[in-house]
Design a protein around this ligand. Structure first.
Ligand code: HEM
Length: 215
């Protein structure tokens, strides 16, 4: 049987393509959107990572999620610096979650509080993606809107504490393969991962509607 890390990657492959090729992502990567759209997207990420990282202390002590909770992954401080750069020091009073973001964050919180193994699906979907395709987004954002390389505006994509992302991802896959869960529970985690991708796609759809291209 395939390892769990292979299973989860293979199972989410189709939805990865869907997320990657969503209108909003395509427009963003195609350099067709203004910095306001990028800022709005960054805002949404703030709500998601707030949900992912708020319960870190408890999740770090949990035998199932413990190995995954690594300070070098935490994105909230970086997002806050980016938002300060994008929106100014008073950014906090101006941010709002789209309904799709609200739903996504609510599901992450629910897993974090009630189903640690399900939380792993959300952790994987975001952080392994940020370490991978996130680097393509960073490069594009720097070129399109002129952010300093790996500086304010794109710090979310910069993992200062991870010198070798490829090696880190290999280690991450080992943690996945070491998850203590029976086959049925692993299937449930895979389903939650698909749900996590769908929740991301929903946010992209909402952002795409907010920032349509005037053809
Ligand atoms: C345009 C946007 C995106 C691009 C260009 C992109 C690109 C990539 C690439 C090239 C990899 C492979 C890295 C490797 O094999 O080491 C990858 C992996 C991954 N991406 Fe994306 N991605 C994008 C969007 C997303 C989104 C929106 C999500 C989910 C929220 C996501 C989640 C993941 C995950 C979880 C992996 C790890 C797969 C694994 O090895 O298990 N990606 N991405």
């Amino acid at each position: 049987m395939d390892s769990f890390s292979t299973l989860i990657r293979t199972a989410s492959h189709e939805q990865h393509t869907e997320a990657e090729t969503s209108t909003f992502m395509s427009d963003l990567l195609g350099g067709r959107l203004g910095v306001e759209a990028y800022a709005r997207y960054t805002e949404q990420l703030w709500f998601v990572y707030e949900a992912l990282e708020a319960g870190a202390e408890r999740l770090a002590a949990d035998p199932v999620t413990g190995p995954f909770i690594r300070p070098e992954l935490f994105r909230l401080p970086a997002l806050e610096r980016d938002l300060t750069h994008l929106r100014g020091a008073g950014w906090r009073s101006g941010v709002s979650a789209l309904p799709a973001t609200e739903a996504y964050a609510a599901r992450v919180r629910e897993c974090a509080e009630r189903w640690p193994a399900g939380y792993i699906a959300h952790h994987y979907t975001r952080y392994l993606g940020d370490l991978s395709g996130g680097q393509i987004i960073r490069d594009k954002a720097e070129r399109t809107w002129g952010f300093e390389r790996k500086g304010d505006g794109v710090r979310f994509y910069v993992f200062e504490g991870i010198g070798n992302p490829a090696a880190f991802k290999r280690g991450y896959r080992e943690w996945l393969d070491g998850v203590r869960a029976d086959d049925l529970e692993k299937q449930r985690i895979v389903s939650e991962c698909k749900r996590a991708f769908a929740l991301n796609t929903d946010v992209f759809r909402a952002l795409g509607a907010e920032f349509p291209l005037s053809a």
